[in-house]
Design a protein around this ligand. Structure first.
Ligand code: SAM
Length: 389
């Protein structure tokens, strides 16, 4: 345990970490490197420094505009101005505080406009604008703020009210959220969730509310043969198992990503079998494909600045390949559910339209774009029906 840092020292540390990120280090690595070299920092200091860095990453352009420069120091000045904090109160040069502001720094900076204010790279502002129209500005604004913490209540284990009461006993306050019937939004005590008995006993899982809504929109019923084709850590497989009470088969091209599924399933009392080479046919196959993550950039804001047009094109190619391969495992009359946590038409409507063009006997049954202004992450879901027997 460290002896603690002043608020100004935390800001100085964040500015330094931001400079390492600008120099090309991924955000998590930059934070880890700082942590290792800063034994004096306690857990609250680390959390506060991390929060500052993520706040700037969400507002990379606007903080530079408002701080009058693109280094970590200027961006922190810009962030403080956005938070209505006078930088002179922090940049004092005393103790471990950053050096006092120069007159030039005091005079620099302007209110952000255009794509600076959207906090998006120009090319993405164009692509997202083409995808979302007048829904772009509110979506971009949401991505500039930290995401709420959502829980999914394991309704096999308890009611929402019982989960709320168990959480409240441990100082975690929650409220219902209209986007998904299983969802609780944490309003206080969020840092205690992972240590809570309610979590350890499988009453609740951490899962974004739109991710829950995607699973709620799937035509699941007991007795169906269900495959989660891109299962990853199993968030959606667990939610599907909670809905049906039956077995879910989970697959991932990188099986090590599924390493936590057995423990998570045991905690939830769910039956999830992992399969390296799943054999069809399946009545319902979910493809929660790798994507830009543009709907979840509140949580991983460096993705906003790392994605480039070539990377997006490569993702689209992979998405088409996964759709075509997975479709062969769907039973006649079965459903292929295609999902992304993206708001880009290329990865959503265009990708599934491309599939329907290649497979004209398939039909579209349902399509929905969830946006951050709906409360959760941006998600896309389309249900594609295979031709009957
Ligand atoms: C968006 S993540 C899945 C998240 C997960 N469904 C959840 O809700 O927690 C996409 C996953 O697709 C996997 N993947 C990538 N290429 C794949 C492929 N060709 N076939 C199957 N899975 C693939 C990745 O390893 C990654 O774990």
């Amino acid at each position: 345990m460290g002896t603690g840092m002043t608020p100004a020292a935390r800001i100085a540390a964040a500015a330094e970490i931001i400079d390492s990120i600008s120099a090309g280090l991924p955000a998590e690595k930059a934070l880890l490197r700082w942590s290792r070299n800063s034994r004096f920092a306690g857990s609250k200091d680390r959390a506060a420094v991390r929060d500052h860095v993520f706040e700037v990453l969400r507002r990379w352009r606007s903080t530079a505009a408002q701080g009058g420069g693109s280094d970590g120091r200027s961006r922190m000045i810009g962030l403080l101005r956005q938070q209505q904090v006078d930088p002179d109160t922090i940049f004092t040069g005393e103790g471990h505080a950053p050096a006092a502001l120069s007159d030039a720094e005091r005079a620099a900076g302007a209110l952000p406009e255009g794509n600076d204010l959207l906090d998006l790279p120009d090319w993405l502002a164009d692509r997202l604008g083409a995808s979302l129209g007048d829904r772009l500005a509110p979506a971009a604004e949401m991505l500039r703020h930290r995401a709420p913490v959502f829980l999914r209540v394991n309704t096999r284990r308890c009611s929402l009210e019982a989960a709320q009461a168990a959480l409240a006993d441990e100082g975690i306050e929650t409220r219902l959220h209209g986007l998904a019937s299983t969802a609780l939004e944490v309003t206080a005590g969020e840092r205690g969730v992972g240590r809570s008995a309610a979590y350890a006993d499988g009453l609740v899982e951490l899962q974004d509310v739109a991710s829950q809504a995607v699973v709620e929109a799937l035509p699941l019923s007991p007795g169906l043969r269900v495959l989660d084709y891109c299962a990853g850590g199993g968030g959606k497989a667990l939610a599907m198992a909670a809905r049906t009470g039956g077995e879910i088969i989970a697959h991932d091209a990188n099986p090590e990503r599924m390493a936590d599924i057995p423990a998570r399933a045991a905690r939830a009392g769910a039956r999830i079998l992992t399969a390296d080479a799943p054999e069809g046919p399946f009545d319902l196959l979910l493809c929660d494909v790798p994507c830009s993550g543009s709907g979840a950039w509140r949580r991983s804001p460096d993705g906003k600045w790392r994605l480039d047009p070539d990377g997006l094109a490569e993702l689209c190619r992979l998405q088409a390949e996964i759709l075509d391969t997975a479709a062969r495992l769907v039973a006649p009359g079965g459903i292929l559910a295609y999902a992304t946590c993206s708001m880009l038409a290329e990865e959503n409507g265009d990708a599934t339209r491309g599939f329907l063009d290649r497979m004209p006997e398939w039909t579209s049954q349902f399509e929905r774009q969830f946006l951050p202004q709906d409360g959760g992450d941006g998600f896309y879901l389309r249900l594609l029906a295979a031709p009957g027997a």
